[in-house]
Design a binder for this molecule. Structure first.
Ligand code: FES
Length: 577
């Protein structure tokens, strides 16, 4: 590397590779066993490629190939790439829920970055929790960083029809319950749904979070939608590898990109894409790492009037592949250009508006104009009341309009086991206008805050042809799911929230327009029930689960561990020798 191309400021990596002592010999010598020539240690930026590849995370199983394209880009620009693994979180296999481990992965990312000789970072992320975990961990180090998403799978195709990851799992499950589908049909369908590399191709949590990466400006334009197997995804990875070297030179750190304005833009974009409710929890947690003040009320305020422009499952008809061919996220951001902070800086050095102003919409069925939106209400509604003093959320675009104002009798399930035992029991006394309540599925209660809030309706209700009922829980919901589902009720039941006090037969009022969730039981009676309430026994007396349950924050705060909120920067630590 010639002197002109060398970065203008001192790099962290010179503390490892640029010295003239025994420790530098150790740092260089062992790296050379990988075939690295001595000239790579000449002061060029060292770029860590943070990889969540794992065969147990099918959505990220193509990431070794993706990392190779990032590596080529880093080399193109004169950097020194070093790929490193971190904990991977596979949504479909991990028990009891990947969300139990999001913060653990974030710790791994943070400490791996800080402990190693990295000057800049490229984050490879795809399956739901991998994106927030990597953003959180990297944010607490605050080095120059680019996010590269792995991209969605191609459209599912079953018997001539498009089928969507997750969304059709829920549909097929209901059809199996009603007898409209056989188990053989299901096995054929599962092969047709996941037919290429990539993450869920509905506007579920993975696609939402990939969109958040682009909307926050921490990923390159078009990051959200390029299918995983499209060669342009490889080009994007390579361009990210090139660009991160420049970002190190400019000292363009995460905190300069992830400002309050960037988060507000992301919240507005989440409304415009009909994005997952999970984005609420994840963005609150990322903001917490950067000291950016962000609250549930910001979500309600910024999303309240935001129309949903994107006709994608679970709220609509199309899938991510169609979204990309229609022009992808740049078209959406351009459409809501009058609302967003246009001057928010992005990783390519341009403002968000400069990135999207010339975007062209190639299919107005998939991405509707803001003047004639797909759905009038796209944002996340934040509900409050005596049942959710610290808030609960609902996704209006995925709900049934007729149920948005509803008063009904509570049918209570004390926990997930109780639900599984009784929900399909023909003896269960339940009617379509009842309100189904599920307790003890929050961060501490399950533990880990699983995606069970969209639990299936009782079989006897489905057999009546009813497709939706009001459901309330302290759980999350898969981003691929739909229904009039109140989620993230805080405080959760296991923390003594009012949800713990609800009994079958109580009357509950939901009024989404008024943002109200009310338990119609006298205060004196609630006080009486509270005096008899006992906290559930601890889930574990040791290890990660103990640490998690003792320190996890509630949903309205982002479910980070209390001692992980904030940043420690990337100060170079002591030598080990
Ligand atoms: Fe990985 Fe849906 S299971 S993104």
């Amino acid at each position: 590397m010639n002197d002109e191309a060398k970065p203008k400021h001192k790099l962290r990596s010179t503390e490892w590779f640029g010295r003239h002592d025994r420790d530098a010999l150790v740092h260089r010598s062992w790296m050379k066993n990988q075939g690295i020539p001595h000239d790579q240690f000449d002061g060029r930026p060292v770029i860590g490629i943070c990889n969540t590849w794992s065969e147990a995370t099918p959505c990220n199983a193509h990431f070794r190939d993706l990392a190779e394209h990032v590596r080529r880009g880093v080399l193109d620009a004169g950097g020194f790439p070093i790929e490193f693994p971190v904990m991977s979180l596979g949504e479909t296999l991990m028990r009891p829920t990947t969300m139990l481990f999001r913060n653990q992965c974030a710790m791994d990312v943070e400490e791996s970055i800080r402990a190693n000789p990295f000057d800049g970072i490229v984050l490879l992320m795809g399956c739901d929790k991998t994106t927030p975990a990597l953003l959180m961990g990297a944010a607490s180090c605050d080095l120059p960083t680019i996010g590269v998403s792995g991209g969605p799978m191609l459209n599912g195709k079953f018997r001539g029809e498009n089928i969507g990851s997750g969304t059709h799992v829920w549909k097929f499950t209901e059809m199996l319950k009603t007898g409209e589908m056989t188990e053989r049909d299901m096995i054929e369908a599962e092969s047709c749904m996941s037919r290429s590399a990539g993450h869920c191709m509905t506007m579920g949590t993975a696609s939402t979070m990939a969109s958040m990466v682009e909307a926050l400006g921490i990923g390159l334009p078009t990051n959200a939608a390029i299918p995983a197997v499209d060669s342009r995804r490889k080009v994007l990875a390579r361009m990210a590898g090139r660009r991160i070297v420049g970002m190190v030179d400019e000292d363009l750190r995460m905190s300069k990109i992830l400002t309050r304005e960037a988060f507000e833009n992301a919240i507005m974009v989440n409304g415009a894409i009909g994005g997952s409710t999970n984005a609420v929890v994840h963005l609150l947690a990322v903001a917490g790492r950067l000291g950016v003040p962000l609250t549930l009320d910001d979500w309600d305020r910024l999303g309240r009037t935001m129309p949903c422009l994107v006709n994608l499952m679970p709220s609509g008809q199309y899938l991510m592949e169609d979204f990309y061919y229609a022009g992808g996220l740049p078209v959406v951001i351009r459409e809501i250009g009058e609302w967003i902070h246009r001057n928010a800086l992005t990783v390519n050095g341009c403002t968000i508006w400069e990135n999207v102003k010339d975007a062209v919409n190639y299919n107005a069925d998939v991405i509707t104009p803001a003047a004639t939106p797909f759905k009038r209400q796209g944002g996340i509604a934040v509900l409050r009341g005596n049942l959710a003093p610290d808030g609960a959320v609902l996704k209006p675009s995925a709900a049934t309009p007729a149920l948005m104002k509803h008063r009904g009798r509570a049918i209570v399930f004390e926990d997930i086991d109780d639900l599984n035992r009784r929900v399909d029991d023909p003896a269960l006394e339940v009617a379509p206008d009842d309100v189904l309540v599920l307790k003890n599925c929050g961060p501490k209660g399950y533990p880990g805050f699983p995606e069970v809030g969209n639990f299936a309706l009782p079989a006897k209700i489905l057999k009546q042809g009813v497709t939706d009922m009001v459901r309330i829980s302290d759980a999350r919901m898969s981003g691929t799911a739909y229904g009039t589902v109140v989620l993230h009720t805080a405080p959760e039941a296991a923390a003594g929230g009012p949800l713990a006090l609800v009994q079958t037969g109580d009357i509950i009022e939901l009024d989404v327009d008024a943002r109200r969730l009310h338990l119609d039981v006298a205060d004196a009676e609630l006080a009486r029930r509270r005096s008899r309430w006992k906290a559930p026994a601890p889930h574990s007396t040791r290890g990660w689960v103990k640490l998690y349950c003792e320190t996890v924050q509630q949903a309205d705060k982002g479910v980070d561990l209390d001692f992980l909120v904030g940043s420690s920067g990337a100060t170079v630590g002591r030598e080990s020798h």
